[in-house]
Design a protein around this ligand. Structure first.
Ligand SMILES: C=CC1=C(C)c2cc3[nH]c(cc4nc(cc5[nH]c(cc1n2)c(C)c5CCC(=O)O)C(CCC(=O)O)=C4C)c(C)c3C=C
Ligand SMILES: [Fe+2]
Ligand SMILES: [Fe+2]
Length: 340
Protein backbone atom coordinates (compact mmCIF):
# COMPACT_ATOMS: atom_id res chain seq x y z
CA UNK A 1 0.00 0.00 0.00
CA UNK A 2 0.99 3.62 -0.52
CA UNK A 3 -0.36 4.54 2.88
CA UNK A 4 2.59 4.44 5.31
CA UNK A 5 3.98 7.96 4.84
CA UNK A 6 2.38 11.22 6.04
CA UNK A 7 0.85 12.63 2.86
CA UNK A 8 1.98 16.02 1.70
CA UNK A 9 -0.15 18.44 -0.26
CA UNK A 10 1.37 21.24 -2.31
CA UNK A 11 0.57 24.81 -3.34
CA UNK A 12 2.40 26.88 -5.94
CA UNK A 13 2.01 30.67 -5.74
CA UNK A 14 2.88 31.96 -9.21
CA UNK A 15 3.55 35.58 -10.14
CA UNK A 16 4.72 37.13 -13.40
CA UNK A 17 8.48 37.27 -12.99
CA UNK A 18 11.28 39.72 -12.55
CA UNK A 19 14.98 39.98 -13.44
CA UNK A 20 17.62 38.18 -11.33
CA UNK A 21 19.49 41.45 -10.81
CA UNK A 22 18.96 45.13 -11.64
CA UNK A 23 21.62 45.04 -14.37
CA UNK A 24 21.18 45.53 -18.13
CA UNK A 25 22.34 41.92 -18.77
CA UNK A 26 19.85 40.37 -16.34
CA UNK A 27 17.03 42.67 -17.52
CA UNK A 28 17.82 41.73 -21.15
CA UNK A 29 17.60 38.01 -20.24
CA UNK A 30 14.26 38.60 -18.49
CA UNK A 31 12.78 40.75 -21.25
CA UNK A 32 13.91 38.28 -23.93
CA UNK A 33 12.03 35.47 -22.18
CA UNK A 34 8.96 37.58 -21.30
CA UNK A 35 8.60 39.34 -24.64
CA UNK A 36 9.17 36.16 -26.66
CA UNK A 37 6.00 34.68 -25.14
CA UNK A 38 3.31 34.61 -27.83
CA UNK A 39 0.68 35.08 -25.12
CA UNK A 40 2.17 38.52 -24.47
CA UNK A 41 3.11 39.64 -27.99
CA UNK A 42 0.89 38.43 -30.81
CA UNK A 43 2.92 39.90 -33.72
CA UNK A 44 4.02 37.07 -36.13
CA UNK A 45 7.06 35.48 -34.43
CA UNK A 46 9.65 35.99 -37.18
CA UNK A 47 8.86 39.67 -37.60
CA UNK A 48 8.66 40.14 -33.84
CA UNK A 49 12.07 38.49 -33.22
CA UNK A 50 13.61 40.97 -35.68
CA UNK A 51 11.95 43.94 -33.93
CA UNK A 52 12.82 42.55 -30.47
CA UNK A 53 16.48 41.90 -31.31
CA UNK A 54 17.10 45.05 -33.35
CA UNK A 55 14.99 47.72 -31.67
CA UNK A 56 14.11 46.63 -28.11
CA UNK A 57 16.78 44.42 -26.53
CA UNK A 58 19.73 46.64 -27.52
CA UNK A 59 18.19 49.70 -25.80
CA UNK A 60 15.35 49.03 -23.33
CA UNK A 61 17.34 46.92 -20.79
CA UNK A 62 19.77 49.77 -20.05
CA UNK A 63 16.95 52.20 -19.30
CA UNK A 64 14.77 49.71 -17.42
CA UNK A 65 17.71 48.35 -15.34
CA UNK A 66 18.09 51.85 -13.84
CA UNK A 67 14.42 51.82 -12.87
CA UNK A 68 14.81 48.37 -11.30
CA UNK A 69 17.94 49.57 -9.44
CA UNK A 70 15.86 52.40 -7.96
CA UNK A 71 13.36 49.98 -6.38
CA UNK A 72 15.61 46.98 -5.54
CA UNK A 73 15.13 46.32 -1.85
CA UNK A 74 17.72 46.65 0.88
CA UNK A 75 17.51 42.85 1.11
CA UNK A 76 19.16 42.83 -2.31
CA UNK A 77 16.21 41.42 -4.20
CA UNK A 78 13.45 42.46 -6.53
CA UNK A 79 10.38 43.65 -4.60
CA UNK A 80 8.18 41.14 -6.42
CA UNK A 81 10.39 38.16 -5.54
CA UNK A 82 11.00 39.37 -1.98
CA UNK A 83 7.24 39.81 -1.38
CA UNK A 84 6.42 36.49 -3.07
CA UNK A 85 8.72 34.70 -0.60
CA UNK A 86 6.98 36.49 2.29
CA UNK A 87 3.57 35.47 0.89
CA UNK A 88 4.73 31.85 0.56
CA UNK A 89 5.95 31.57 4.13
CA UNK A 90 2.87 33.41 5.52
CA UNK A 91 0.52 31.10 3.59
CA UNK A 92 2.42 27.99 4.69
CA UNK A 93 2.06 29.11 8.31
CA UNK A 94 -1.63 29.97 7.85
CA UNK A 95 -2.32 26.53 6.34
CA UNK A 96 -0.42 24.60 9.01
CA UNK A 97 -2.82 22.49 11.08
CA UNK A 98 -5.75 22.97 8.66
CA UNK A 99 -5.55 19.30 7.68
CA UNK A 100 -3.85 16.21 9.12
CA UNK A 101 -1.53 16.42 6.09
CA UNK A 102 1.58 18.59 5.74
CA UNK A 103 1.03 21.40 3.23
CA UNK A 104 4.10 22.65 1.38
CA UNK A 105 3.98 26.03 -0.43
CA UNK A 106 6.45 27.11 -3.14
CA UNK A 107 7.16 30.37 -4.97
CA UNK A 108 7.17 30.41 -8.77
CA UNK A 109 7.32 32.84 -11.67
CA UNK A 110 6.38 32.60 -15.33
CA UNK A 111 9.59 34.41 -16.37
CA UNK A 112 12.90 34.33 -14.49
CA UNK A 113 13.49 32.59 -11.18
CA UNK A 114 12.24 30.60 -9.38
CA UNK A 115 10.58 29.06 -12.44
CA UNK A 116 7.29 27.20 -12.35
CA UNK A 117 9.07 23.97 -13.37
CA UNK A 118 11.52 24.34 -10.45
CA UNK A 119 8.65 24.81 -7.96
CA UNK A 120 6.81 21.74 -9.29
CA UNK A 121 10.04 19.69 -9.22
CA UNK A 122 10.72 20.76 -5.62
CA UNK A 123 7.22 19.66 -4.55
CA UNK A 124 7.62 16.29 -6.31
CA UNK A 125 10.96 15.78 -4.56
CA UNK A 126 9.17 16.29 -1.22
CA UNK A 127 6.75 13.54 -2.26
CA UNK A 128 3.77 15.77 -3.06
CA UNK A 129 1.16 14.05 -5.24
CA UNK A 130 -1.61 16.71 -5.18
CA UNK A 131 -0.85 20.29 -6.20
CA UNK A 132 -2.92 23.50 -6.35
CA UNK A 133 -1.45 26.23 -8.54
CA UNK A 134 -2.62 29.76 -7.75
CA UNK A 135 -1.64 32.43 -10.31
CA UNK A 136 -1.40 35.66 -8.31
CA UNK A 137 -3.36 37.68 -10.88
CA UNK A 138 -6.71 38.69 -9.40
CA UNK A 139 -8.19 39.26 -12.87
CA UNK A 140 -7.54 36.51 -15.44
CA UNK A 141 -5.87 37.61 -18.67
CA UNK A 142 -4.49 35.49 -21.51
CA UNK A 143 -1.36 37.68 -21.21
CA UNK A 144 -0.65 37.08 -17.51
CA UNK A 145 -2.50 34.03 -16.11
CA UNK A 146 -2.47 31.80 -19.21
CA UNK A 147 1.37 31.64 -19.27
CA UNK A 148 1.13 29.91 -15.86
CA UNK A 149 -1.14 27.25 -17.40
CA UNK A 150 1.31 26.95 -20.33
CA UNK A 151 4.30 26.44 -18.02
CA UNK A 152 2.44 23.77 -16.01
CA UNK A 153 1.52 22.05 -19.28
CA UNK A 154 5.15 22.17 -20.54
CA UNK A 155 6.36 20.68 -17.26
CA UNK A 156 3.64 17.99 -17.32
CA UNK A 157 4.63 16.98 -20.83
CA UNK A 158 8.09 16.06 -19.47
CA UNK A 159 6.85 13.91 -16.55
CA UNK A 160 6.17 10.18 -16.46
CA UNK A 161 4.44 10.05 -13.06
CA UNK A 162 2.07 13.02 -12.78
CA UNK A 163 0.47 14.52 -9.65
CA UNK A 164 -3.15 15.68 -9.44
CA UNK A 165 -3.07 19.29 -10.60
CA UNK A 166 -5.59 22.08 -10.09
CA UNK A 167 -5.01 25.56 -11.50
CA UNK A 168 -7.21 28.31 -10.08
CA UNK A 169 -8.39 30.82 -12.67
CA UNK A 170 -8.67 34.05 -10.65
CA UNK A 171 -10.51 35.80 -7.84
CA UNK A 172 -11.54 39.22 -9.18
CA UNK A 173 -14.80 39.35 -7.21
CA UNK A 174 -14.06 37.05 -4.27
CA UNK A 175 -15.69 38.71 -1.22
CA UNK A 176 -12.49 38.30 0.84
CA UNK A 177 -10.47 39.99 -1.91
CA UNK A 178 -12.87 42.95 -2.18
CA UNK A 179 -12.93 43.29 1.63
CA UNK A 180 -9.11 43.10 1.89
CA UNK A 181 -8.74 45.84 -0.73
CA UNK A 182 -11.44 48.06 0.76
CA UNK A 183 -10.02 47.67 4.27
CA UNK A 184 -6.49 48.45 3.07
CA UNK A 185 -7.75 51.68 1.43
CA UNK A 186 -9.82 52.52 4.52
CA UNK A 187 -6.82 52.01 6.83
CA UNK A 188 -4.64 54.16 4.57
CA UNK A 189 -7.24 56.94 4.67
CA UNK A 190 -7.58 56.70 8.46
CA UNK A 191 -3.81 57.25 8.80
CA UNK A 192 -3.20 59.79 6.00
CA UNK A 193 -6.55 61.42 5.39
CA UNK A 194 -8.68 61.16 2.26
CA UNK A 195 -8.32 62.63 -1.24
CA UNK A 196 -10.70 64.16 -3.77
CA UNK A 197 -10.31 61.16 -6.05
CA UNK A 198 -9.46 57.49 -5.67
CA UNK A 199 -7.96 56.14 -8.90
CA UNK A 200 -7.93 52.36 -9.34
CA UNK A 201 -5.22 51.84 -11.96
CA UNK A 202 -4.88 48.37 -13.50
CA UNK A 203 -2.06 47.09 -15.72
CA UNK A 204 -3.38 47.44 -19.29
CA UNK A 205 -3.55 45.07 -22.23
CA UNK A 206 -3.72 45.92 -25.96
CA UNK A 207 -7.31 46.75 -27.02
CA UNK A 208 -7.29 44.15 -29.86
CA UNK A 209 -6.65 41.38 -27.28
CA UNK A 210 -9.79 42.47 -25.42
CA UNK A 211 -11.73 42.66 -28.71
CA UNK A 212 -10.72 39.04 -29.42
CA UNK A 213 -12.18 37.90 -26.10
CA UNK A 214 -9.67 38.46 -23.30
CA UNK A 215 -11.98 38.87 -20.27
CA UNK A 216 -9.46 40.97 -18.30
CA UNK A 217 -10.88 44.51 -18.71
CA UNK A 218 -14.40 43.40 -17.73
CA UNK A 219 -13.03 41.67 -14.66
CA UNK A 220 -11.04 44.81 -13.71
CA UNK A 221 -14.20 46.93 -14.00
CA UNK A 222 -16.05 44.47 -11.79
CA UNK A 223 -13.31 44.51 -9.10
CA UNK A 224 -13.19 48.32 -9.16
CA UNK A 225 -16.98 48.76 -8.94
CA UNK A 226 -17.19 46.35 -6.01
CA UNK A 227 -14.37 48.07 -4.10
CA UNK A 228 -15.99 51.48 -4.68
CA UNK A 229 -19.30 50.08 -3.44
CA UNK A 230 -17.66 48.53 -0.36
CA UNK A 231 -16.13 51.93 0.43
CA UNK A 232 -19.43 53.73 -0.18
CA UNK A 233 -17.86 56.04 -2.79
CA UNK A 234 -20.04 58.13 -5.08
CA UNK A 235 -19.32 58.14 -8.84
CA UNK A 236 -17.42 61.43 -8.76
CA UNK A 237 -15.10 60.16 -6.00
CA UNK A 238 -13.39 57.38 -7.94
CA UNK A 239 -12.39 56.16 -11.41
CA UNK A 240 -10.74 53.23 -13.16
CA UNK A 241 -7.78 53.47 -15.54
CA UNK A 242 -5.16 51.28 -17.25
CA UNK A 243 -1.39 51.80 -17.07
CA UNK A 244 1.93 50.40 -18.41
CA UNK A 245 1.39 50.72 -22.16
CA UNK A 246 4.02 49.01 -24.28
CA UNK A 247 4.43 49.42 -28.05
CA UNK A 248 2.48 51.47 -30.54
CA UNK A 249 -0.96 49.85 -30.71
CA UNK A 250 -4.04 51.07 -28.86
CA UNK A 251 -4.42 49.74 -25.30
CA UNK A 252 -7.51 49.51 -23.14
CA UNK A 253 -8.66 52.99 -22.01
CA UNK A 254 -8.78 55.28 -20.13
CA UNK A 255 -5.00 55.56 -19.79
CA UNK A 256 -3.79 56.35 -16.26
CA UNK A 257 -1.40 59.16 -17.27
CA UNK A 258 -3.95 60.81 -19.60
CA UNK A 259 -6.69 60.71 -16.96
CA UNK A 260 -4.33 62.22 -14.36
CA UNK A 261 -3.53 65.08 -16.78
CA UNK A 262 -7.23 65.68 -17.41
CA UNK A 263 -7.95 65.77 -13.68
CA UNK A 264 -5.07 68.16 -13.00
CA UNK A 265 -6.35 70.46 -15.79
CA UNK A 266 -9.90 70.32 -14.39
CA UNK A 267 -8.52 71.49 -11.03
CA UNK A 268 -8.50 68.22 -9.11
CA UNK A 269 -5.94 68.81 -6.37
CA UNK A 270 -5.52 65.50 -4.57
CA UNK A 271 -5.45 61.90 -5.80
CA UNK A 272 -4.86 58.57 -4.10
CA UNK A 273 -3.99 55.72 -6.42
CA UNK A 274 -4.24 52.00 -5.81
CA UNK A 275 -3.59 49.10 -8.19
CA UNK A 276 -5.87 46.10 -7.62
CA UNK A 277 -4.29 44.19 -10.54
CA UNK A 278 -1.11 43.59 -8.55
CA UNK A 279 -0.95 41.13 -5.68
CA UNK A 280 2.53 42.43 -4.83
CA UNK A 281 4.34 45.71 -5.28
CA UNK A 282 6.67 45.68 -8.26
CA UNK A 283 8.25 47.94 -10.85
CA UNK A 284 4.85 48.92 -12.21
CA UNK A 285 3.64 50.18 -8.84
CA UNK A 286 6.75 51.35 -6.96
CA UNK A 287 8.28 53.15 -9.92
CA UNK A 288 5.54 53.81 -12.50
CA UNK A 289 2.69 54.64 -10.10
CA UNK A 290 4.46 55.90 -6.99
CA UNK A 291 7.17 57.96 -8.79
CA UNK A 292 6.57 58.52 -12.51
CA UNK A 293 2.83 59.25 -12.41
CA UNK A 294 3.22 61.31 -9.24
CA UNK A 295 5.76 63.59 -10.95
CA UNK A 296 3.43 63.76 -13.95
CA UNK A 297 0.34 64.76 -11.90
CA UNK A 298 2.24 67.38 -9.89
CA UNK A 299 3.82 68.76 -13.06
CA UNK A 300 0.37 69.11 -14.64
CA UNK A 301 -0.79 71.19 -11.68
CA UNK A 302 -2.04 68.63 -9.10
CA UNK A 303 -1.08 69.26 -5.47
CA UNK A 304 -1.21 65.95 -3.60
CA UNK A 305 -0.66 62.44 -4.88
CA UNK A 306 -0.22 59.25 -2.88
CA UNK A 307 0.19 55.61 -3.85
CA UNK A 308 -1.58 53.06 -1.59
CA UNK A 309 0.56 49.87 -1.41
CA UNK A 310 -0.51 46.50 -2.84
CA UNK A 311 -1.87 43.84 -0.47
CA UNK A 312 1.55 42.07 -0.35
CA UNK A 313 1.76 39.91 2.81
CA UNK A 314 -1.00 41.78 4.66
CA UNK A 315 -2.80 39.22 6.92
CA UNK A 316 -6.16 39.73 5.17
CA UNK A 317 -4.47 38.99 1.85
CA UNK A 318 -2.92 35.82 3.27
CA UNK A 319 -6.36 34.83 4.64
CA UNK A 320 -7.78 35.29 1.12
CA UNK A 321 -5.05 33.08 -0.41
CA UNK A 322 -5.85 30.45 2.22
CA UNK A 323 -9.59 30.69 1.45
CA UNK A 324 -8.82 30.17 -2.24
CA UNK A 325 -6.64 27.05 -1.92
CA UNK A 326 -7.92 25.29 1.21
CA UNK A 327 -11.20 23.92 -0.26
CA UNK A 328 -9.19 22.22 -3.02
CA UNK A 329 -6.67 20.80 -0.54
CA UNK A 330 -9.56 19.52 1.59
CA UNK A 331 -11.12 17.92 -1.48
CA UNK A 332 -7.84 16.14 -2.31
CA UNK A 333 -7.60 14.98 1.27
CA UNK A 334 -11.14 13.60 1.31
CA UNK A 335 -10.73 11.79 -1.99
CA UNK A 336 -7.52 9.97 -1.07
CA UNK A 337 -8.49 7.90 2.02
CA UNK A 338 -5.96 5.20 1.04
CA UNK A 339 -3.16 7.62 1.93
CA UNK A 340 -4.45 8.33 5.46
C1 LIG B 1 2.62 43.69 -24.59
C2 LIG B 1 3.25 43.81 -23.49
C3 LIG B 1 2.73 43.53 -22.14
C4 LIG B 1 1.51 42.99 -21.74
C5 LIG B 1 0.32 42.53 -22.59
C6 LIG B 1 1.54 42.92 -20.31
C7 LIG B 1 0.49 42.43 -19.51
C8 LIG B 1 0.55 42.32 -18.13
N1 LIG B 1 1.66 42.53 -17.31
C9 LIG B 1 1.30 42.35 -15.99
C10 LIG B 1 2.10 42.52 -14.86
C11 LIG B 1 3.41 43.05 -14.85
N2 LIG B 1 4.10 43.53 -15.93
C12 LIG B 1 5.34 43.97 -15.50
C13 LIG B 1 6.34 44.50 -16.28
C14 LIG B 1 6.29 44.58 -17.67
N3 LIG B 1 5.20 44.41 -18.50
C15 LIG B 1 5.59 44.54 -19.81
C16 LIG B 1 4.79 44.37 -20.95
C17 LIG B 1 3.49 43.81 -20.95
N4 LIG B 1 2.74 43.41 -19.89
C18 LIG B 1 7.00 44.83 -19.80
C19 LIG B 1 7.84 45.03 -21.04
C20 LIG B 1 7.43 44.84 -18.47
C21 LIG B 1 8.87 44.98 -17.96
C22 LIG B 1 9.22 46.30 -17.55
C23 LIG B 1 9.45 47.16 -18.75
O1 LIG B 1 10.31 46.84 -19.58
O2 LIG B 1 8.69 48.14 -18.87
C24 LIG B 1 5.43 43.77 -14.08
C25 LIG B 1 6.60 44.16 -13.18
C26 LIG B 1 7.64 43.08 -13.00
C27 LIG B 1 8.68 43.43 -11.95
O3 LIG B 1 9.79 42.91 -12.06
O4 LIG B 1 8.45 44.18 -11.02
C28 LIG B 1 4.23 43.19 -13.68
C29 LIG B 1 3.85 42.78 -12.30
C30 LIG B 1 -0.07 41.99 -15.98
C31 LIG B 1 -0.88 41.71 -14.70
C32 LIG B 1 -0.54 41.97 -17.30
C33 LIG B 1 -1.86 41.67 -17.84
C34 LIG B 1 -2.98 41.73 -17.22
FE1 LIG C 1 3.30 43.83 -17.89
FE1 LIG D 1 5.90 50.24 -16.55
Amino acid sequence: MLGQKTPILGVVLANLGTPDEPTPQAVRRYLRQFLSDRRVIEIPPLLWQIILNLFILPFRPKRVAKLYASIWQHQGDSPMRHILKQQVSALEQALAGSLPARISVKAAMSYGNPSIASALNALRQEGVDHIVVLPLFPQFSATSSAPVYDAVQRWSSQQRNLPTLTILKDYFAHPAYITALANSIRRYREQHGSAEKLLMSFHGIPQPYADKGDPYPRRCRCTAAQVAQALGLTEDQWAISFQSRFGKQEWVKPYTDVLLSEWAKQGVQSVQIVSPAFSADCLETLEELAEENKAHFLHEGGKEYAYIPALNDNPEHVALLKALVLPHLQAFWQTMPYYH
